[in-house]
Ligand binder design. Structure first.
Ligand code: PLV
Length: 345
């Protein structure tokens, strides 16, 4: 894996710093325990209790801080001198937030079409921002180049065991709040870090029988394409507006997850994801980005009901958990523009 290679190149061996930093770094995680609340509106639509895991209230605006915060803390303990992270936005904000807390300089590489709002947020965190390429995969090539510098460490937005370990904390919180397992967990898939983390968490708490409904938008459906082909597939381009789901190829680990847990992969159109964002705003008065709309569309577009009718999900589910992954790539104006672009009234 690339991040391991860079660690070797960066010669991040144990130093005297390790002990001193370790106490500070281990003191507290950067993520917060988030609320799990039953949604009246979504439960009405689904016909069963729907619980929302509100990751949008994390300090960096999305679940990403769980895994990336954990990864960055571990790298700091190993004496990392500079962090570099390629991102569709949210992983970068999580890395920049973590780097500021750790006092380590950070460079975030984003696709050229990144909104000024996200760039400003990153600069506000003290990050150096570089724009490279049309999609995340191209920005990632640039980040990999930078990460070969001495003492620099590459932070993958989704592809590292420490990231999955950090994301798994979300499932421990679910177990704590719910006690008994839900009928399914619904989440969005970009490169598959959240999927891998939730799989790890389900295994850890003994909930491996809980099906995961893995949502993507068409044009960013690299996991669905891989599952169908039975091997990793590189999409020719990212054409979805859900830029945060825009990894042309998912992490190899995602295919292993599909062997360890029951994963139901579903693809929605951009219009459905954006309509879900609008409906969620009206129902819960919370604005999330289209990446998160993809997960919410599992309820709003009746996908759960269809999976039940097809016998792929049980007929009488106790409850459903939807991970409200959040996201910073949205504003009321951007939502309006997306609706106009996609012809949603
Ligand atoms: N976004 C990554 C990858 O982008 C990033 O750099 O921010 N929901 C939101 C709001 C996200 O930001 C992401 C990932 C996902 C879902 C999907 O998570 P993943 O990549 O772990 O499957 C290209």
């Amino acid at each position: 894996m690339d991040s391991h290679r860079h660690l070797v190149k960066g010669r991040l061996c144990a130093t005297g710093m390790e002990g001193a930093l370790a106490d500070h770094v281990r003191a507290e995680s950067f993520h917060r325990v988030t609320p799990l609340l039953e949604s009246w509106a979504l439960s009405q639509v689904a016909g069963i209790p729907v619980f929302l895991k509100y990751e949008n209230v994390q300090p960096a605006g999305s679940f990403k801080i769980r895994g990336i915060g954990h990864f960055c803390q571990q790298m700091a303990m190993k004496g990392c001198r500079h962090l570099v992270c390629s991102s569709g936005g949210n992983a970068g904000i999580a890395a920049a937030y973590s780097a500021r807390k750790l006092g380590i300089p950070v460079t975030i590489v984003l696709p050229e079409n990144t909104s000024t709002q996200v760039v400003r947020r990153l600069e506000g965190e003290g990050a150096e921002v570089q724009l490279a390429g049309k999609v995340w995969d191209e920005a990632n090539i640039k980040a990999q180049e930078l990460a070969t510098r001495d003492g620099w460490v590459n932070v993958s937005p989704f592809d590292h065991p420490l990231i999955w370990e950090g994301h798994a904390s979300l499932v421990r919180e679910l177990k704590e709040s719910l006690g008994s397992p839900p009928g399914a967990v619904v989440l969005a898939v970009g490169g598959g870090g959240l999927l891998a983390g939730v799989t790890a968490g389900l295994l850890e708490v003994g909930w491996q029988h809980v099906p995961i409904v893995a949502m993507e938008t068409r044009g960013a459906h690299s996991f669905n394409a891989a599952l169908q082909a039975g091997r990793l597939v590189t999409l020719p381009d990212i054409t979805s507006v859900a830029r945060s789901l825009g990894a042309k190829r998912v992490a190899a680990r995602t295919l292993e997850c599909a062997k360890e847990c029951e994963i139901l992969s579903e693809v929605v159109e951009d219009r459905e994801a954006v309509k879900a964002v609008q409906r969620f705003l009206d129902d819960e008065r919370i604005l999330v980005e289209p990446a998160c709309g993809a997960a919410l569309a599992a309820i709003y577009s009746g996908i759960l009901g269809r999976l039940q009718a097809e016998g792929r999900l049980g007929p009488a589910l106790a409850s459903i958990v939807v991970i409200v992954c959040g996201g910073n790539n949205i504003s009321s104006q951007q939502l309006q523009e997306l609706k106009t672009q996609l012809g949603c009234s």
